[in-house]
Write a protein that binds this ligand. Structure first.
Ligand SMILES: *Cc1c(COP(=O)(O)O)cnc(C)c1O
Length: 322
């Protein structure tokens, strides 16, 4: 058994979205509420971190280090986790220190994380140096990679898929935001292992289609190895759409704003400007283009991110929306 610390509020509910379905004249839609996993306002990282933390504990870690964007949900959830388990937390965030605390960055501070800022191109080397330094200082650091997307973290979405199957909702498609790839890799791995009939469609947040397909396929292979159930998967088997990259990572455009409004106004559901807003925008556009058959059933896997709605950078875009 691969060790796991149980933190998440599971199983997360699946809800139908009848008013969104009607508004889009589309296939029947559901939402899997992984924005409600608990741990510092929830999101998909809670499931991954259950495995990362168990590994950190097995290594005798006293400090958790991780890395991400200024408004990283992963870093915010890691900071909450560290606080809850009495560990120190060091976050390497891309950006600069003169940002006003808001959204996830405000929460990082409330959870007591130590924050190191680095330019985007330098953050990986700053991260590695910080790890080395923490080691030399006797802080017993344990490093979690970007998005907790290694084989360990990906296990969180292998078990998430098993949970989804056990909830008994028969769907043809899972649509999910995909970036550092662990979420989609875990779902795709478990879908394949269980012989599931449906498809897992990742809407890419920040990479071209072949790049993300490769990344997901590689993580599937690594994770299957870790589970002792080796499996070959080719990048072409992984369903990725990268038509919705917009202005790039973290840039909220009209498509994301419209998707956020539509979910809010038809279902009272909150998305986020970076991940779920973009993935929902992709799903909405695909529905309008007739990509899904009308008798098909689709679940939008909500991965969280809601605190980013309150980040300063998105306020004018969201409030000027009518
Ligand atoms: C990290 C994150 C994702 C992407 O998950 P990956 O496993 O990195 O592909 C999607 N949505 C939200 C809200 C996230 O924080």
């Amino acid at each position: 058994m691969i060790p796991r610390v149980r933190i998440a509020h599971l199983p997360t509910p699946i809800e139908s979205m009848p008013r969104l379905t009607a508004a889009l004249h589309g296939p029947r839609l559901w939402v899997k509420r992984d924005d409600q996993t608990g741990l510092g306002m929830g999101g998909n990282k809670t499931r991954k971190l259950e495995y990362s933390l168990a590994e950190a504990q097995a290594n005798g870690a006293k400090t958790i280090l991780t890395i991400g964007a200024a408004q990283s949900n992963h870093c915010r959830q890691t900071a909450a986790l560290a606080a809850r388990f009495g560990l120190d937390c060091i976050l390497v965030l891309s950006g600069n220190s003169d940002q006003a605390p808001s959204g996830n960055y405000l929460l990082d501070q409330l959870f007591g994380a130590k924050i190191l800022w680095a330019a985007r191109e330098e953050r990986q080397s700053v991260f590695e140096k910080a790890f080395q330094q923490a080691w030399e200082d006797g802080l017993r650091p344990y490093a979690i990679p970007l998005g907790a997307s290694n084989a360990t973290g990906t296990l969180g979405y292998v078990t998430a898929f098993e949970e989804f199957l056990s909830q008994g909702l028969d769907v043809d498609w899972i649509v999910v935001a995909s970036s550092s790839a662990g979420t989609q890799a875990g779902l795709a791995l478990s879908a394949k292992q269980t012989g599931w009939n449906g498809k897992v469609l990742g809407i890419s947040i920040d990479q071209n289609q072949p790049g993300l397909q490769q990344r997901v396929a590689r993580l599937v292979t690594e994770t299957a190895d870790k589970m002792g159930k080796p499996m070959l998967v080719s990048p072409e088997e992984i369903h990725v759409n990268s038509d919705y990259l917009g202005g790039g990572y973290g840039i909220m455009g009209q498509l994301e704003i419209e998707a956020i409004q539509l979910f809010a106004r038809t279902e009272g559901l909150l998305l986020d400007p970076v991940y779920t807003g973009r993935a929902a925008a992709g799903m909405i556009d695909l529905i309008r283009k007739g990509f899904f058959k009308s008798e098909e059933r689709v679940v939008f896997w909500h991965t969280g991110g809601t605190p980013a709605l309150f980040a300063d950078v998105y306020q004018s875009g969201l409030s000027s929306a009518d």
